[in-house]
Design a protein around this ligand. Structure first.
Ligand code: SAM
Ligand code: FES
Length: 357
């Protein structure tokens, strides 16, 4: 059997069984052959189209605060970065972002921010309730980091239905190398389990090419995804930010990120899979490549333009200048060029909806 045949058989096996041996996964993760990649992305596209047709779901991202109590070594808004210009949006500003987003066709709002003590459970629950009250046909996703179970319960009761909390890496030692000792891998995992138990649609995910990451770590990530079965997986390349401890490390590559997107589509056929802004930042065609490798979600920015540059998680982040309306026009052109199209609906996880029936 020649090499291409061997890999084609692996990809067919993964498509059929949603599983491979450790050796087979590692072979696929590390294979750089162009013909293999083409076959892999083509298979991922077919699976994505089987479940989601040509639809691309959009989520309006509102980066509502860049204050953070954490000090993740990779992140530009970490507590220790005294160059970061801090801001937090008011309730009125957030509601106005939602209003603008609604007019543009968004039916999901993602509230993302650092772990900001100003947003107590009460304040955040009231905010979620106000958004839900004004836009009852929309879904609210929170991406606000780690809290206790009672807090997550309060937000859920207020109307938040989805939660994104990337696990960052499924290897405990690698996790500790990317975070200060005060942050714990076990607590992150506990949070993901709490969110699932409460009834959220849960998203996890990891950075690709983060400092110290090896194929063994990525294999552990795949095993974790297989075990946890998240409704959404957010992956994007690590990109250094010049005022962080990891400033000197190289960025992850678009090639490896796209390969991971395709593998994850085959591993979790019905998962919601965004082509992230970070992917569009390291490669100007990154988001299109992601969509053509199994991704089916985009998360354009709805934050007011005057704060966009301040939410600088990594260097050279794209889409920090345009108004939301211009962003969506540009994205629509990019999506159209792939043969897919943006749809206006909540874009719930089909696995989740099937489970609920
Ligand atoms: N505080 C929330 C949390 O911890 O989930 C949400 C905000 S946090 C900035 C969102 C995600 O940004 C992180 O989960 C991380 O994967 C990603 N991120 C942070 N710094 C990054 C970097 N330098 N390159 C790529 N992604 C980064
Ligand atoms: Fe808190 Fe990045 S360190 S959002």
């Amino acid at each position: 059997m020649n090499t291409l045949c061997y890999y084609q058989n692996l990809i067919k096996k993964l498509t059929k069984q949603q599983d491979l041996t450790n050796e087979e996964f590692t072979a696929l993760l590390t294979c750089e052959d162009r013909a293999v990649t083409d076959f892999l992305t083509q298979r991922a596209r077919a699976v994505r189209e089987k479940h989601y047709g040509k639809d691309v779901y959009i989520r309006g991202l509102i980066e509502f605060t860049n204050h953070c109590r954490n000090n993740c070594y990779y992140c530009g808004i970490r507590r220790g970065n005294d160059k970061a210009q801090r801001y937090r949006l008011t309730r009125e500003e957030i509601l106005s972002c939602c209003e603008q987003g609604y007019q543009l066709g968004f039916r999901t709002f993602v509230l993302q921010g650092g772990e900001d003590a100003y947003f107590t459970d009460k304040r955040l629950s009231e905010l979620v309730f106000a958004i839900k009250n004004r836009f009852p046909d929309c879904a609210i996703t929170l991406s606000i980091g780690e809290r206790e179970k009672e807090s997550y319960e309060a937000f859920f009761a207020a109307g938040a239905e989805r939660f994104l909390l990337r696990h960052e890496t499924a290897d405990q030692a690698h996790y500790q190398s990317l975070h200060p000792a005060e942050m714990s891998f076990d607590h992150r995992m506990q949070c993901l389990n709490d969110l699932r138990t409460i009834g959220y649609q849960v998203g996890c995910g990891m950075m690709i090419g983060s400092p110290g990451q090896t194929p063994e770590h990525l294999l552990k990530d795949l095993r974790f995804l297989q075990d946890f079965q998240p409704e959404m997986v957010g992956i994007g390349p690590f990109i250094p930010q010049h005022d962080t401890p990891l400033a000197k490390y190289p960025a992850g590559t678009a090639t490896l990120t796209v390969r991971l997107l395709a593998i994850i589509r085959l591993l979790l056929p019905k998962v919601l899979l965004p082509a992230t802004t970070a992917l569009g930042t390291i490669d100007s065609l990154g988001r299109q490549k992601g969509l053509l490798a199994g991704a089916n979600v985009l998360m354009p920015n709805l934050s007011p333009t005057n704060v966009r540059k301040k939410y600088a998680l990594y260097d050279n982040k794209i889409c920090t200048g345009e108004e939301a309306a211009e962003c969506i026009r540009c994205l629509t052109r990019q999506v159209d060029s792939t043969g897919y199209h943006i749809t206006i609906n909540r874009g719930d996880s089909i696995v989740f909806m099937e489970r609920k029936k």
